[in-house]
Design a protein around this ligand. Structure first.
Ligand SMILES: [Zn+2]
Ligand SMILES: [Zn+2]
Length: 334
């Protein structure tokens, strides 16, 4: 029997809404009360009256959008009551502070996963399996072809290319929130102990991660350095900088990009990427299906992404499923 959440939880095209609490999860527009899963811009927008989120997410929002006076910090596992709904946040393993939202009322439990992954990531708390009746999941990589390789192997490949390329530097394009810090941590785990050089657009969030105890080693700004000084070095920049004037200051860069979409060759070509690195902060097909088997909800709601295959898969595994087709969820990161 599917649990009855009618009356206290609604899936609107604009997002998940709790009418009894007048609260939206990850609203795209300013609202009176928001519960925010994580700091990416397709989930976190500034200017809400009240913002319930982890302390890390609130810090990220403040860094990106300025002070958010309505912030109410909820640590992982801490319980709150919002308008008659029991609310707690649990690690999603996506980026620093990222959370699944557990909601409970009238004996029914709903978990809104937000973006998540199951692969190891030393820069954030690992995904926690939270039992529930209804599991609301993303499906960015919801096709069986999307099985991401081991990220450490991708980084090892990049370092090998740099070592075999005298006179060049390694320029890695990575989204400023989450991906950049994970790539740096992976480089450190892969034995890269030299300073890592940063484009100005990734400096602030790297500093925020370090202030939250994530060890990223010696990071230095590219600004002010001459090309000679960067020969043989690793440089990190946002994807938008790979093709622009900024990168011309670098010594013959090996242009790499870290993204789950790099397994699609056309996407790598489009961006002029010489060395695609398949590193995803979203669950691949294997992680999505493993998660559903572990959470074992009675019902699965798919927010966005490649929902058809996942909905079909749920049917084969005795889980009721529906696609919500939420709007405005084109991921900032991937
Ligand atoms: Zn995200
Ligand atoms: Zn997202």
């Amino acid at each position: 029997m599917a649990p009855d959440v009618h009356g206290w939880l609604k899936a609107e095209p604009r997002g998940i809404y709790l009418p009894v609490a007048d609260a939206w999860i990850d609203p795209q527009h300013p609202v009176a009360r928001a519960i925010v899963t994580h700091g990416h811009s397709d989930h976190a927008r500034g200017g809400h009256g009240e913002i319930w989120a982890t302390p890390e997410t609130l810090a990220i929002m403040a860094a990106r959008y300025g002070p958010q006076p309505g912030g109410v910090a909820l640590a992982y596992g801490e319980k709150a009551g919002i308008g008659g709904v029991g609310v707690s946040l649990h690690p999603a393993g996506h980026v620093l502070g990222s959370a699944q939202v557990r909601l409970e009322r009238d004996g029914a439990v709903v978990v809104v996963s937000g973006d998540y992954k199951r692969a190891a990531d030393p820069t954030c708390a690992p995904f926690e399996v939270v039992p529930c009746d209804i599991f609301i999941t993303e499906a960015t990589f919801g096709l069986p072809v999307f099985v991401h390789p081991c990220a450490a192997d991708e980084i090892a490949r990049a370092l090998a290319r740099l070592r075999a390329s005298p006179g060049r530097c390694l320029l890695i394009g990575a989204y400023a929130l989450g991906k950049a810090q994970r790539v740096i941590a992976l480089l450190r785990e892969g034995g890269w102990e030299r300073p890592i050089y940063l484009h100005g657009a990734v400096e602030k969030l790297c500093a925020l991660y370090q202030a939250h105890g994530v060890d990223l080693g010696d990071l230095r700004p590219v600004a002010g350095l001459k090309a000679d000084a960067l020969v043989g070095e690793v440089v990190l920049a946002p994807p938008s900088a790979l093709q622009d004037r900024w990168s011309r200051r670098l010594p013959d860069p090996i242009t790499a990009m870290a993204s789950g979409w790099m397994m699609v060759r056309a996407r790598a070509r489009q961006r002029g990427v010489e060395l695609p690195l398949v590193i995803s902060d979203h669950a691949g097909w294997d992680e999505l299906t493993r998660t559903l088997l572990e959470v074992r909800p009675k019902e699965v709601w798919v927010t966005h992404g490649r929902d058809d295959a996942l909905v079909h898969w749920c049917g084969l595994h005795q889980m009721k499923a529906r696609a919500l087709h939420l709007v405005g969820r084109e991921d900032e990161d991937d």
